[in-house]
Design a protein around this ligand. Structure first.
Ligand SMILES: Nc1ncnc2c1ncn2[C@@H]1O[C@H](COP(=O)(O)OP(=O)(O)O)[C@@H](O)[C@H]1O
Ligand SMILES: [Mg+2]
Length: 422
């Protein structure tokens, strides 16, 4: 198969790495990709949001399957565009992608179908939102309705902070049209976990549970990032809880989509809050999480192209997923200053030596290649994933590998997958 992969982050490097293991893969193109994906196929200088150029390329090169990594092209309808030309493309159509592209849509779906989630109200007028805040107790969670690249949510410790968040979203329009609506939620305490699932519209098959670490510093201190690390399978989600999540959340979500006439084919990401052994949905995404993809995909033994094919054909029920018994730990190395202002353009050393080690994978994200050398080019620079038999030794190996990679200002958390401080 000739496959076109869309995106350029660590998630896409992990997807490319997994796709490259498929015996069915003939040629892999990544648009725009990064130096990591360039080692597994050919990178294209096409922006991930330039649907028309992507479509022209897929038609011209007779691409057999296009795989969409990030949410923005899905929300903007790239799947619908490709399908109109009878091209195969993996990911939900624009209507189904609303599960992620409108938090109000997702919340109202959950409410109508009794899927456990935080209580909420939505507002299109800032005055009404501000009045509502006066009647509520802090903490409150304020969310821009639309896509905001992971920056649209404020966990407000006081009413004043909630007011400020509403003003930023709706009055200052910090996130543009994504802030035309605002969702105000009850604050949930507990521990977060992620379950990704493949869905073919008729059947939904969960992957192993994972956990990511969003705050920038050890112990969960500092501002949130796109994710500073992850590990899988998450011990927090044992068999019993997993079953409960299947019964109360995963299956009901598929039924809800079906009842609404939405044919969801792709990935559903369940962002969960676990409180005293009960799970509630914080949000849905409609694609792999990053860094979760960097720990879940290395443990998947089934051919990813077989799975994608089954999702597109509505044949998921005929496939059973195989998982490695190993553990995976991913440490994200970031540019100095990230997630605030940071500088780029520093040479990265040690990639080749470390990348050759057994059961160590380096997934590149914010990098660029010039004259054979790799330089930093983004906030999250790369992910180092280690596989092993148990978490303690696996995280030690991930950290030894990270210590062998060097660039000016590099920083990473030192407590990823440290189950003793969880
Ligand atoms: N109701 C809630 N209670 C407590 N924390 C929340 C709640 N909703 C979101 N959060 C926190 O904010 C983060 C981001 O919210 P989320 O809905 O996942 O939006 P996004 O990923 O689109 O920014 C969550 O991972 C969680 O840490
Ligand atoms: Mg989230």
């Amino acid at each position: 198969m000739r496959v076109l992969l869309i995106g350029s982050g660590g998630r896409e490097n992990a997807l490319a790495w997994k796709l490259a293991q498929s015996s069915r893969l003939k040629q892999l193109y990544t648009a725009p990709g990064n130096p990591g994906t360039a080692e597994l196929g050919e990178n294209l200088e096409i922006d991930e949001n330039d649907h028309q150029t992507l479509l022209d390329f897929a038609l011209r090169k007779e691409i057999d399957l296009t795989v969409v990594g990030p949410e923005a092209p899905l929300a903007a309808g790239i799947v619908d565009l490709f399908q109109q030309q009878n091209l195969k493309i993996f990911g939900p159509n624009q209507q189904a992608a609303r599960l992620e592209s409108s938090k109000d849509f997702a919340k109202s779906l959950m409410q109508r179908y009794n899927i456990p989630t935080a209580n909420y109200r939505s507002f299109t007028e800032p005055e009404k939102a501000l009045e509502y805040i006066k009647t509520q107790e802090a903490p409150l969670v304020v969310k821009a309705d639309g896509l905001a690249a992971g920056k649209g949510v404020t966990v407000a410790g006081t009413r004043a902070e909630a007011v400020q968040a509403v003003e930023e979203i709706m009055v200052a329009e910090k996130f543009g049209r994504a802030g035309d609506k605002v969702v105000i939620e009850e604050f949930l305490s507990g521990e977060e976990a992620t379950i990704l699932a493949f869905c073919d519209g008729k059947k939904i098959v969960p992957m192993i549970p994972s956990q990511d670490h969003k705050p920038v510093y050890d112990g969960g201190e500092g501002p949130n990032t796109g994710g500073m690390g992850a590990y899988a399978p998450a011990p927090l989600v044992g068999d019993k809880l997993q079953q409960k999540i299947q019964q109360t959340i995963i299956t009901p979500t598929l039924r809800a989509l079906q009842s609404e006439g939405i044919d969801f084919r792709g990935i559903i990401y369940f962002g969960l809050m676990i409180t005293d052994g009960e799970a509630r949905v914080l949000e849905y995404n409609v694609r792999f999480g990053d860094p979760e993809a960097q720990v879940v995909l290395p443990l998947l033994e089934t051919d990813l192209l077989d799975i994608f094919q089954a999702v597109l054909d509505g044949n998921l029920s005929e496939l059973s997923l195989k998982w490695s018994k190993q553990k995976a730990v991913c440490v994200i190395m970031a540019s100095g200053g990230y997630p605030e202002k940071y500088q780029t353009g520093y040479q990265i050393r040690g990639l080749e030596e470390i990348g050759r080690q057994e059961d160590i994978m380096i997934f590149q994200a914010g990098t660029k290649k010039e004259q054979g050398k790799i330089y930093t080019a983004g906030g999250r620079v790369l992910g180092v994933t280690a596989l092993g038999e148990e978490f303690q030794s696996t995280r030690e190996r991930a950290y030894r590998a990270a210590a062998g990679i060097d660039f000016q200002g590099a920083h990473y958390r030192s407590d990823i997958a440290d189950l003793t401080v969880r």
